[in-house]
Every structure is written in structure tokens, then in C-alpha cells.
Design a protein around this ligand. Structure first.
Ligand code: G
Ligand code: G
Ligand code: MN
Ligand code: NA
Length: 258
């Protein structure tokens, strides 16, 4: 309950900070974008990760104002990056959406408003929606995804492979990216490698057949990177490249990265 009280105060006091984890092209080694990950700068406990407060935020509905802040902040930062980039470069910022945000009736209008206020080119914004949320009510999801695509933004299915999707629906979802859940990547190099490699290979083939990009999450070792490369995976993120970092640090990393 202390956490809930503190979280309410945090919303009104604006104690959240956005961190950014680079997404890397395995072909060129270049940064192609970032995943935005919210952090809570707690007055006494320091930087708190979402693991510790998102559950309460979802239960209490505080995820709605926190998620709105996250979207505004990420778009504000994206606008800065888009302005500083040469016109031939693309940078994509991924923002996570929880199930509660996804089914909120104001979602589309709110994102539309944030795109206008921030002045971003919407093609640089990607919403990350987990597979289990997407599969919850398929017909409603398809309608909503089309409304979101009408805003000219990008969409990804997050934690792909963990939600037991009926794969037959996949071609009907107007999404751009499959994010391969990090549990499959984590076991590369371990005893269960064979099964996990088979799953990763299958997801990559599926993505290719449906003309979607695939991003491998949670790459922690060189060995995992090499395996992904050999399977033809094009994009990855993970501690091996960089942990989530502040916007300033991300900007430095971005401009100094070869
Ligand atoms: O670093 P990590 O601990 O950042 O994130 C843990 C979980 O919190 C992930 O599942 C991630 O999707 C989720 N998360 C991080 N930032 C946000 C956000 O801004 N909105 C929502 N809805 N979830 C987030
Ligand atoms: O659920 P989602 O995919 O949005 O979660 C992203 C989460 O994964 C964040 O908590 C982020 O900090 C974490 N993360 C990012 N890279 C790695 C990694 O290489 N290893 C592990 N274990 N977690 C990672
Ligand atoms: Mn994500
Ligand atoms: Na994920």
C-alpha cells in the first residue's frame, strides 16, 4: 500500500524517467532505434525498475497516466532525434503498451494528439504490444490495429513465441515487427539450445514469409549474436550491445557509434 501511495504521488510529482535501449542492425552494426523503458526515480529508494511498480500500476489503473507520460516523453525525445538526423536516416523508437492501455477507449485519439503535439514523423514511432494482449480478443484487436496503422505509426508484437498464438491470425494483423522473446535467446549456448534454435529459426521464417521484420531480444553473449547472425536474423537488442540508458547517454552512444 505504501507503494501505491508513493506511486500516486510519483504521477503528480513527475518522478518518472525514460531509459532507452539501442536496437542494432546485425548486417551493418548500426543503431536503428531504441526501445523506451520507463524508470521511477523514487525520492528515497533511487531508480526503481518497472518490474517492481508496473504490477501495482496496472492493478490500480495508474498505468494510464504513467503510460501517457511515457508516450509523451518518448515522442518528445524522438522529435529531438529526428531533427538532429540527416534526412536519409531513420530512427525508430518503440514504446510498450500494457493490456489496459490497449483496451482503453481513448487510446487512438490520445496517440494522435501526442503525435501532433510532439511534431514527430509518426513513421519513427513503434508501439510494442505483447502477443497475449493481441490474442485476447482477435476481432477487436484487428480493428484497433488498423486504426493505429492509420496514424502512420509502426506496430510490433512483443514477447513473440510466448503467447501460444493461433498462427493463422498472424497475416490478418497489420503489424510490422515480431520481437522474439528473450527466453528463446537466453538458452542459446545452453543444453536446451537445439529446441530454442528451432523456435528462433521458425519465427524468423514466419517473419520472412509474412514480410515482417524480426528483432531478437535479450542478446547477452557473443555466441548468441553469432548464432542469430547465422540464422539470418537482422535486428537485435540486449545487454551484449547496451543496457537501457538515459536519453543523454543514448544520444552520445548514437552519435559516437560507428
Ligand atoms: O527494464 P525492464 O525492467 O525495463 O522493463 C520491464 C517491463 O516493463 C517490460 O515488460 C516492459 O515492457 C515494461 N515497460 C517498460 N516501460 C514501459 C512503459 O512505458 N509502458 C508499459 N506499459 N510497460 C513498460
Ligand atoms: O517485455 P519487454 O520485452 O518490453 O521487456 C524488455 C525488458 O528486457 C526490460 O526489462 C529490459 O531491461 C530487459 N532486457 C533488455 N535486454 C536484456 C538482456 O540482454 N537480458 C535480460 N535478461 N533482460 C534484458
Ligand atoms: Mn518491449
Ligand atoms: Na519482450
Amino acid at each position: 500500500l505504501q507503494l501505491e501511495t508513493d506511486l500516486r504521488l510519483a504521477v503528480s510529482r513527475g518522478e518518472f524517467v525514460m531509459y532507452y535501449q539501442p536496437v542494432i542492425s546485425l548486417k551493418t552494426g548500426e543503431i536503428v532505434g531504441f526501445e523506451a523503458l520507463v524508470r521511477w526515480q523514487h525520492p528515497r529508494q533511487g531508480l526503481v525498475t518497472p518490474e517492481r511498480f508496473l504490477k501495482v500500476a496496472k492493478e490500480t489503473g495508474l498505468i494510464i497516466p504513467i503510460g501517457r507520460w511515457a508516450m509523451q516523453e518518448a515522442c518528445h525525445q524522438l522529435a529531438i532525434w529526428q531533427q538532429s538526423l540527416k534526412s536519409n536516416c531513420q530512427i525508430i523508437v518503440g514504446v510498450n503498451l500494457s493490456g489496459r492501455q490497449f483496451i482503453h477507449p481513448d487510446l487512438v485519439d490520445e496517440i494522435k494528439g501526442i503525435i501532433q503535439d510532439s511534431g514527430i514523423d509518426p513513421s519513427g514511432l513503434r508501439l510494442e504490444i505483447t502477443e497475449s494482449v493481441i490474442m485476447d480478443d482477435v476481432e477487436a484487436t484487428i480493428r484497433l490495429l488498423h486504426q493505429l496503422k492509420n496514424l502512420q505509426i509502426k506496430l510490433s508484437i512483443d514477447d513473440f513465441g510466448t503467447g501460444f498464438s493461433s498462427l493463422g491470425y498472424l497475416p490478418r494483423f497489420p503489424v510490422d515487427v515480431l520481437k522474439i522473446d528473450r527466453s528463446f535467446i537466453a538458452h542459446i549456448g545452453e543444453a536446451t539450445e537445439v529446441e530454442n534454435l528451432a523456435i528462433v529459426r521458425t519465427i524468423l521464417m514466419l517473419a520472412q514469409a509474412l514480410n515482417l521484420d524480426a528483432i531478437a531480444e535479450g542478446v547477452e553473449t557473443f555466441e548468441q549474436l553469432e548464432q542469430l547472425r547465422s540464422l539470418g536474423c537482422e535486428y537485435a537488442q540486449g545487454y551484449y550491445f547496451q543496457r537501457p540508458i538515459s536519453a543523454d547517454h543514448a544520444t552520445q552512444f548514437f552519435t559516437s557509434h560507428p
